[in-house]
Design a protein around this ligand. Structure first.
Ligand SMILES: C[S@@+](CC[C@H](N)C(=O)[O-])C[C@H]1O[C@@H](n2cnc3c(N)ncnc32)[C@H](O)[C@@H]1O
Length: 373
């Protein structure tokens, strides 16, 4: 059915193809996340299919793009994800201090308290983590992370994680890539670039991060946040009926949310020493997630409410498969035969937004607008 509809899908508005817009809140750029949605897409879908005061559920919240936009538009939000880094980021955006001054004040307190915390011994930190940092930078970053974790300060924790690795001077690691942590010590050898291997002070870098986050002077009113948590869709239980579900399910074949966030995740949970291998065909896992979504998320959607799914297409080793939106829709109607397709929007993802340039990548997004009859 979707196969037919895809042919008549309407094209995405041209502003979806623009780079970041001035209208996008700066908080969206708090920290990187693979497969992150553009704020303008979230904003326009929420404006079209929800109303102020509505309860909006995003059960695959990732970096929190949809919940943050929903909150800024005066909706109430429920946001969940299995990945601890995703939950930390979503909470950081929804619980951001009201002003730069408030954030800076809190930063000073945390930095002072962090210095009093116990130091780490080398054997407490795995080799693959130590390889990324000057030993003193690592100590300071770990003590600061511990202080934020103890105080449940997700905002400053996310600020730390956002400057954890990159090759630029405003970051904490030795030269490394930003989105996914790979050391670039071959491209920037220590002998030729000694300045890239010196200690990096935390305080000025975190202060600069805060100034960037509050550059537009916008703040969120967190009274609309109903619940945010680390919950997989298979375990989702809600106390609310929701007016709309707006979400982007995981791109199972193209992205690996654990492996690609491994360094930031290790800072959040020191037991995350192992991470999954290269992405493989994960159709079974994808189907199980869709079935759980049908059972546990759709049941909370009120009659007549919209379910908006942003579904990425996966291209595996240049072999183009049928769009996963077809399979997802087929599973959902099995559980809810009254589900109707109201609209399909097709968005080509430009190369700059793709996360990888290897064999597997997400190429075309289909936005399914479904209505519960
Ligand atoms: C496409 S991403 C969401 C991106 C998000 N819209 C954003 O702008 O950052 C899909 C998310 O689903 C999460 N996920 C994967 N399996 C899940 C499951 N079983 N239950 C809940 N979340 C899951 C991943 O951790 C990932 O963050």
């Amino acid at each position: 059915m979707i196969g037919q509809l895809a042919a008549t899908a309407e094209a995405a508005p041209h502003e979806w193809k623009q780079p970041a817009l001035d209208a996008d809140a700066r908080l969206h750029q708090l920290a990187p996340y693979i497969g992150k949605l553009k704020p303008v897409i979230a904003r326009q879908l929420l404006q079209r299919f929800t109303a102020p005061g509505d309860i909006v559920l995003d059960c695959f919240s990732g970096s929190g793009t949809i919940p943050l936009e929903a909150l800024l538009l005066g909706r109430r939000v429920l946001a969940f994800d299995t990945n601890p880094y995703a939950v930390a980021l979503t909470r950081a955006k929804l619980e951001a201090p009201v002003s730069l001054e408030a954030a800076a004040h809190r930063l000073t307190q945390r930095l002072v308290a962090a210095r009093e915390r116990p130091r780490y011994a080398d054997e407490d930190v795995p080799d693959w983590v130590r390889k990324f940092f000057h030993p003193e930078t690592l100590q300071n970053a770990l003590q600061f992370a511990d202080e934020c974790l103890e105080k449940d300060d997700q905002f400053l924790l996310a600020c730390l994680l956002s400057i954890l690795h990159h090759q630029r001077p405003g970051f904490l690691s030795y030269p490394s890539s930003h989105l996914v942590p790979y050391l670039r010590d071959r491209k920037f050898p220590r002998t030729d670039y000694p300045e890239m291997y010196t200690e990096r002070a935390l305080a000025p870098r975190l202060a600069a991060k805060l100034r960037r986050a509050y550059k537009d002077g916008r703040s969120v009113d967190r009274t609309g946040v109903l619940k945010v948590g680390q919950v997989g869709v298979a375990d989702l239980r809600l106390d609310y009926e929701v007016d709309a579900i707006v979400t982007s399910p995981p791109y199972m074949n193209a992205l690996d949310y654990v492996r690609d966030n491994r360094l930031r995740m290790w800072f959040l949970d020191r037991r995350t020493a192992n991470y999954s291998p290269e992405p493989t065909e994960k159709q079974g896992q994808s189907d199980a997630i869709t079935a759980a979504f049908a059972r546990n998320a759709l049941k909370y959607l009120r009659q007549g409410g919209h379910c908006v799914l942003i579904v990425g297409e996966t291209v595996l080793r240049k072999r183009i498969k049928s769009h996963p939106a077809e399979r997802i829709f087929a599973t959902l109607v099995e559980e809810y035969p009254t589900l109707r397709v109201e609209q399909v929007i097709q968005d080509e993802i430009p190369d700059v937004r793709r996360s990888r340039n290897t064999g597997s990548a997400t190429k075309r997004e289909l936005i399914l607008v479904l209505k519960k009859g």
